[in-house]
Design a protein around this ligand. Sequence first.
Ligand code: NAD
Length: 251
Amino acid sequence: MQRFSNKNVIVTGGAGGIGEAICRRFAAEGAQVWIVDSNAKLATALAESIRHEGGRAQWRAVDLASAAEITAFVADVKSQESRIDVLINNAGINRRGPLLELSEEDWHSTFTVNLDALFHMCRAVLPQMIAQGGGAIVNTASQWGLHPAPGHIAYNTSKAAVAAFTLNLARDYAADKVRVNAVCPGEVRTPMLESNLARSGRTLDDLNALVPFGRIGEPEEIAATMAFLASDEAPYLCGALIEITGAQAVA
Ligand code: NAD
């Protein structure tokens, strides 16, 4: 499939576990991928690897906690390209703990990266999408934003806000043919998850046993759904929150 030939696709957190799978998927389907990440080492390696395989990828070191850096990045893309077809707001951080174990910095950082970055990125990209007659935005929320797991109040609340942001943005810009949707993954095998496993003393087998499907999700499975949501195969999907969980209820 080449659903994104000649399309520009921005992927935030593109060098992370799910982000890498998203970038590879869009590049494999013909997109020029703009990898946005603060991890320059991983982002460089990913862009080189995609190019080595014949795909088109550029990376930019952007701190998504900085509105100025986000605005400058989008201006940079617009100075080189006449369209921005797809925006994937995927970056996220997970400061763990119940309320009394979180610092104010944990709370504010979580909201700065997980929510405020979407505000700034969408404000920068939307005028271009409207001017060109439409576009697709896919946000990475989380199952935990809809059904919170204990001990992650900052993360879960920020992801609930991402879900609400998605629904509101979809309603406000549907008439401009900007489709806004979100994925809400359950647990996915990435560095973010593995760092939590190490901390909690649980194993991957423990997590797999909790999922009716028999295992937790793979990054490529999230990427496939995001590509579908962003593609012309989903022309009327707008304002959807897609749970990808292997039928797991939050324990
Ligand atoms: P990850 O930690 O592997 O990747 C996150 C990426 O975001 C990293 O490359 C990191 O460098 C980048 N990033 C973080 N802060 C940044 C900043 N200020 N500026 C620029 N880049 C920044 O995590 P992941 O598991 O791939 O998660 C991706 C998304 O999926 C996140 O939004 C996460 O909340 C969500 N999610 C993950 C899971 C899971 O189980 N892994 C489940 C549900 C939702």
